[in-house]
Write a protein that binds this ligand. Structure first.
Ligand SMILES: Cc1cc2nc3c(=O)[nH]c(=O)nc-3n(C[C@H](O)[C@H](O)[C@H](O)COP(=O)(O)OP(=O)(O)OC[C@H]3O[C@@H](n4cnc5c(N)ncnc54)[C@H](O)[C@@H]3O)c2cc1C
Length: 265
């Protein structure tokens, strides 16, 4: 436990700009993490922010960071070879073992797709253990799409759909115009032996859950990854509490019946 509390000094191994406001950083791996968990990343003089694991590799770990404010801008401005600090991993990841031999549907929007990327990498490494895998990702426009290079492989291996809410549909594109929730609403999805992992803004998660429940999915099949304001990451500061649970310790991945719909709280 003490090892995960002490920030470790590491250097950026690789930096890639995904979109005008999203950057991916590759760092040396600290500890053993699973997709869905997060680390606290810090830059001296700026502070610390929780960022999800966005990969599944042995020696390194990737983080995909949206420039939202002070810390995330400082992280995104780091170059290859620059120093930062990392502590963790923290929290509970996705129930990937539980869904071995079953189907998995991943639904993400915006930077929420980053959290699901670790799951995708994991499934690619253990492809024989899972049946049908569906990826449904939503962004505002073409410039917001992250992991464009990786998506080329995903299209070959998985059932993959992208929806862009602010782009008008024209011919010869491999995306649909509209919200990803509209795409899901129009699809016939097999509910039996299927788990659904969702990550995105609270409203998108609420709408997605409501649609899936109408299609017959039960609360026990739906897993949400939540992002609350958070400081300590270890269940001490209480900033991240949601319906009596700590996002940092009990989550950030919750089964739907553990927390229910997001409210404006
Ligand atoms: C478990 C967890 C995993 C996360 N994973 C990722 C990730 O993989 N990639 C990523 O880009 N971001 C992720 N976030 C969100 C990220 O931690 C926040 O954007 C970051 O802490 C903001 O810090 P800042 O100093 O850059 O912004 P600040 O200057 O502190 O704030 C800028 C704005 O962002 C708001 N804000 C701050 N923290 C959050 C938050 N947690 N959720 C929503 N709004 C917030 C503030 O209220 C303010 O309006 C995650 C958050 C959690 C709790």
């Amino acid at each position: 436990m003490i090892q995960t509390l002490v920030p470790r000094k590491v250097k950026v191994l690789h930096r890639f700009r995904e979109t005008p406001d999203i950057v991916s950083l590759t760092l040396p791996k600290v500890g053993t993490c699973v997709p869905g968990q997060f680390y606290q990343l810090s830059v001296l003089g700026y502070g610390e922010a929780p960022i999800s694991v966005a990969s599944y590799t042995t020696k390194t770990v990737q983080f995909t960071i949206r420039q939202a404010g002070t810390v995330t801008n400082a992280l995104a401005n780091l170059k290859k070879g620059d120093t930062l600090y990392i502590r963790g991993p923290y929290g509970k990841g996705y129930p990937l073992k539980e869904y071995e031999g079953k189907n998995i549907i991943l639904i993400g929007a915006g930077c929420g797709v980053a959290t699901l990327r670790g799951v995708i990498d994991y499934i690619i490494h253990h492809r024989h253990k899972y049946n049908d895998v569906f990826l449904f990702f939503g962004y505002r426009n073409v410039n917001d799409i992250i992991f464009k290079k990786e998506a080329v492989q995903w299209k070959e291996v998985f059932n993959f759909k992208t929806a862009l809410s602010k782009e008008k549909s024209t011919t010869c594109h491999d995306w649909t115009s509209g919200h990803i929730t509209e795409v899901i609403e129009g699809l016939k999805l097999r509910t039996k032996n299927t788990g659904v992992f969702i990550c995105g803004p609270p409203r998108m998660i609420n709408d997605t859950v409501a649609i899936l429940k109408k299609k017959g999915f039960t609360d026990e099949q739906l897993y949400l990854s939540t992002e609350r304001l958070m400081y300590c990451g270890i269940g001490m500061c209480c900033h991240c509490m949601i319906r009596g649970k700590f996002t940092c310790k009990d989550g950030p991945v919750f089964r739907f019946d553990e927390i229910g719909y997001f409210k404006n709280d």
